[in-house]
Design a protein around this ligand. Sequence first.
Ligand code: ADP
Length: 160
Amino acid sequence: MRTAIYPGSFDPLTNGHLDVVQRAAKLFDRVIVAVAKNESKHALFSQAERVTLVKKAVAGLPNVETDSFDGLLVEYVASKNARAVVRGLRAVSDFEFEFQLALMNRKLDENIETIFMMPKDTYTFLSSRIVKEIARLGGDISQFVPPNVQAALVKKLKTS
Ligand code: ADP
């Protein structure tokens, strides 16, 4: 059973993330989308809310699960009997940070490999940050996020 972990903040999940999940699900027997607590980033949605949003969005993918984690990624990966970490690469600008992260994780645990996946070209400009910004300004985000995320964003921005 080949398991891959796709970690991230997912604040909130976008169609770009979903595209990476779908691609990973074709390559691995089991994919776990692991929602990080990430105290350093001021998240709009709580970790529990982010997990609920991902769960609903991946419900149609039988070999994809959603989980949350806190602490060291390599320890979480080992606890799931996985060896692969999936990360998305949108542009060259992502590369430097992702490269550093992958090599650091390898230093911490030699057994773990990071797999980079490129989303469909139309999603390369998408980020959670930009989607939140457009939603805040009242723009239409329906083509960038799954319907449940769109509804949650509208609701959250009304109350915050
Ligand atoms: P993090 O805070 O860990 O960077 P994100 O939720 O922002 O978490 O992203 C998780 C992963 O998904 C990262 O590898 C990021 O590069 C990737 N990613 C984010 N947006 C997209 C997108 N539109 N297409 C492909 N990959 C993406």
